[in-house]
Design a protein around this ligand. Sequence first.
Ligand SMILES: NC(=O)C1=CN([C@@H]2O[C@H](COP(=O)(O)OP(=O)(O)OC[C@H]3O[C@@H](n4cnc5c(N)ncnc54)[C@H](O)[C@@H]3O)[C@@H](O)[C@H]2O)C=CC1
Ligand SMILES: O=C(O)/C=C/C=C(\O)C(=O)O
Length: 482
Amino acid sequence: MTDLVLANLIGGELVAPIQSRYLDVYEPAAGRVYARCPDSDAADVAAAVSAAQAAAAAWAATPAAERARLMNRLADRIEARLDDYVHAESRDSGKPAALARAVDIPRAVANLRFFAAAITQWSSEAHAMEDRAINYTLRQPLGVVGCISPWNLPLYLFTWKIAPALATGNAVVAKPSEVTPVTAWMLAEDSVAAGFPPGVLNIVQGGAAAGQAIVDAPGVKAISFTGSTRVGAGIAARAAATFKKTSLELGGKNASVVFADFDASDDNLDTLVRSAFSNQGQICLCGSRILVERAIYDEFRDRFVARANALVVGDPLDEKTNLGAVVSKAHHDKIMGCIALAREEGGNVLAGGDAVAVPGRCADGWFVAPTVIDGLGPACRTNQEEIFGPVVTLQPFDGDDEAIALANATGYGLAASVWTRDLIRAHTVAARLEAGIVWVNCWMLRDLRTPFGGVKNSGVGREGGVEALRFFTDAKNVCVQL
Ligand SMILES: NC(=O)C1=CN([C@@H]2O[C@H](COP(=O)(O)OP(=O)(O)OC[C@H]3O[C@@H](n4cnc5c(N)ncnc54)[C@H](O)[C@@H]3O)[C@@H](O)[C@H]2O)C=CC1
Ligand SMILES: O=C(O)/C=C/C=C(\O)C(=O)O
């Protein structure tokens, strides 16, 4: 029995999919279907693109202050329904409700408010040619843009994309993940209530077919995507056919580099554990490869393993829960397969390594114990491939050069953290790491003004701050003779 049937938002109306096809939506903690979302296709996307095209010119001409006002009203609506959004996000994704309340939903509000403020403060650019001419740069919206987001941080990443797109005067065709569609559907309702003009924000629910139709639509001028490297590569190839700008925030296999001189406080150990297992390890920024200088390896290993074993895996609604359910049966099986592979590759499972049975209402849910593995070299698949679950490896190193070589020894380059009291070393190591984001003696401290994105197989382009405003606009230089 599904008690929730979602709809698309097209042209300001909440509508059923044209073909009336729906996908089952699961509650990961209970392992059962609890909702249905539109299985939209190219016809639904075409309707959304058409509605966006009809709204784009007026939205582009809307003063930035008015766009900002509507974005803040939408943020107000989310805050007014905070508990509903928190429980919807937790139920849809399996993450602890406490995490959705502390991180996911407040960040979605912050995304909207940040870009509402940013667009009204965005400085203009000019270049004077002595007494000959003055150049000024117009940054004009692209028209209709596509935003495609993943299941791990549903509303957090959905708004991270649509906020700068709307702020810069673009009409949006956005698609959340079909795995976690509910808070995007709630946002659709609230965007209508907030007073967005019809067609400015269109939300199409569905999977790969809907996503691919957005990427292929000639009327869509840019794609902002977060998700797997595999899908991102396909999007990049297909978007080229219609000369779309693409922003791709993809996978990661991030290193936490712990030097012997680091401040081995309980707080720092707790942060490293949070970096490893937050959101069940389903954050592209998680530190899944922990590199530890040999002199402190044994002590660090023992303290880290003890903390991992102390984490509570349980019902996401229970305030004591640290790790909830992973997002799907397929993902659960993928993670368990990765752990089996690690054992086959010779890994020592120091903590976890098994599925977890949670009694009561979660008896059929999909839970994995926080897992710590060592004894594996840098080249094995376990240390090369993104697992995207609560599974980390420990590797010892000797000296700065080996630490950097190990950290850089994967095809990914998204994030890293460096732990040392020697700040000269921190700066030099950070500069040599192949990553778009490096934290020093911290993790997941986020200033939304900063550039955000990866290198190598972790993506192309940067989100955040003016990077996002620039991505969603075209620069036009006007040169006026004096
Ligand atoms: N780097 C990151 O932030 C994330 C990485 N992942 C990785 O990706 C794996 C699969 O997770 P998913 O969320 O299913 O990622 P995905 O990359 O398959 O899907 C992400 C989004 O793209 C859409 N999509 C799928 N195929 C598409 C296509 N051909 N064209 C356009 N859009 C398409 C999906 O419907 C979803 O909205 C995870 O196991 C994990 O390894 C997943 C989520 C986030
Ligand atoms: O922008 C952030 O703070 C975090 C982004 C996280 C992802 O893109 C991810 O986990 O996929």
